[in-house]
Design a protein around this ligand. Sequence first.
Ligand code: NAX
Ligand code: ADP
Ligand code: K
Length: 578
Amino acid sequence: MTELLTAAQMRAIEQAAIESGEVTGLELMERAGQGVVDAIFAEWPELAMPKHSAPAAGGAGGSTPSPLRGSPPEYLERDDNEMRRAVVLCGPGNNGGDGFVVARLLRDAGWQVEVFLYGDAEKLPPDAKVNHERWVKIAPVTALTEQAFRKVAFADMYVDALFGTGLTRPVAGDLAGLLRHLGGYGGDDYRPRMVAVDVPSGLCADSGRVVTPNPRARVPTATLARLTVTFDSPKCGHFVGDGPHHCGRIVVKDIGVRQFREHKPNPHTGRGHVVRFPRTSLIGKRRMVPDERPFFSVDIRYFTKNQGHKYAHGHAFILSGGVGKGGAARLAARGALRVGAGAVTLGSPPAALIENAAQLNAIMLQSLKDPDALRVLLQDTRINALCIGPGLGLNDRGAALVAGVLGGEEPRPTVLDADALTLLAQDRALFDELHANCVLTPHAGEFARLFPEIAEKLNAPATTGPAYSKVDATREAAKRAGCVVLFKGPDTVIADPSGRCSINASVYERSAPWLATAGSGDVLAGFITGLLARGFGAMQAAETGAWLHTECALSFGPGLIAEDLPEELPKLFRELGI
Ligand SMILES: NC(=O)C1=CN([C@@H]2O[C@H](COP(=O)(O)OP(=O)(O)OC[C@H]3O[C@@H](n4cnc5c(N)ncnc54)[C@H](O)[C@@H]3O)[C@@H](O)[C@H]2O)[C@@H](O)CC1
Ligand SMILES: Nc1ncnc2c1ncn2[C@@H]1O[C@H](COP(=O)(O)OP(=O)(O)O)[C@@H](O)[C@H]1O
Ligand SMILES: [K+]
């Protein structure tokens, strides 16, 4: 799993590294700039070749020639028209400092580079100032205005080094106009050749939200990049909110500060060597950081232990709703069975038994009239995980069953989804019954009903950076509910009350928009319930269920309907070696 950082955490790590005396801020800036240039040549290999010998520009792919460094003399003598051109936009902080390094390194590689600065050179922070001074010995810097930028000729590469993790307020005035222009307002499309340093300018690195007083603006005040090069670790904002849309693709460059990232205080280390913070992990298939586990793997131990009979693999019980409403619960039941629960029973109101019986084979069926019947049923201690909500119905029976599930003598690990969430929102006494082995799986609407004050903060305009994020909101919700909360979406955030948090991002190479199909959430609830039955802890079941859900969708591809998701699991498990 890859660890995601906030801007404050990254700053603390950088500070610890510098205070240790092992590295200077200037060295870190040089490494960052070098990382950006390396990433550019890896992404656009043709740009490492002289203009007229390169194959037609077409993005990444093919062999990767080594970047031209050290300026071959014949290259420098080339006519200006033969040279690659870059426009580097530098801002008033250290992000701008990285920009000056990128400009110098591209120039060293034989490029013609035009540099713009937004702000006063005298006020640049010290390391950025040094790199500014190095650049002005080579070539001039132009003050950045929209008008000045619009006068520049077409470039092979645009480098956005205006704002990084230090964006604190909305971009205003002329610069806002420029960001809108860079973001496509007026029809110009810079995205195919735009590389963002650390984060696309205008976007909050923590929340992935555009910092603006007007979130409904048709064209946001943030750049749109084809490639975003970040340092040490990806930031939360690269994976939640509008982050993926603005970033294009994320490349993480090591700048040699990983050893300063610790999670526990180390009594033997000196001043500035320890940085402590709550973890936010990215659950993803793609390798983001060189020395981290490439896969979020399903814990195979849980699948291979207990060679015994079916009940040794757990018994999941799914409560269903009334006549004609059983589809959602049946989908959840199918998900629970396929994911590995040894037995799954659907609890159906008597009137819907025939309907459910006609649709089910391996899944057992049980008449479940009311909470009294539930109490009797739950005397069977083999039932070790419950799912309530899909198709349950917003009625008295539903509310009584939610109360029965939560208030039993030995509350079981329970997934509460769909209607159960709405019922919880309507009755705060029920909400107070939630326990640590519950998993709530709201989508945005359900989240707003359950946690109105938190949703209000999340939906308010992001007028300051760092802005309140979906990660913050989910952590706060989990704490308030006292159980695991899985906040759905392409950026599914999962948190437990201790602050542990993960993101299952169905974005970038894991993008699967076809998951937004009726019933797919019911299957997710079933996956999590099946994993709970299998013995997974609540947080691990939610993380693994969300991960498998996306992987099933990716494996099946477009055209997917909810029924297909559980059927994809056997193939996936084979691939995972389970
Ligand atoms: N933290 C680290 O370990 C490293 C950071 N580096 C770079 O440093 C960056 C962070 O640098 P800074 O903290 O200086 O932050 P930034 O460079 O992102 O921006 C801070 C500056 O922008 C101004 N500003 C903020 N919002 C504004 C707005 N809306 N309009 C106009 N001005 C605004 C601030 O007053 C401040 O002058 C990172 O994104 C990264 O690019 C790298 O040099 C490598 C190492
Ligand atoms: N654009 C998207 N990309 C990837 N996954 C998505 C996207 N939109 C929704 N999802 C996922 O699809 C599921 C939809 O669940 P939900 O909203 O409860 O729908 P339903 O009630 O129809 O099952 C969730 O797991 C959610 O995370
Ligand atoms: K930037």
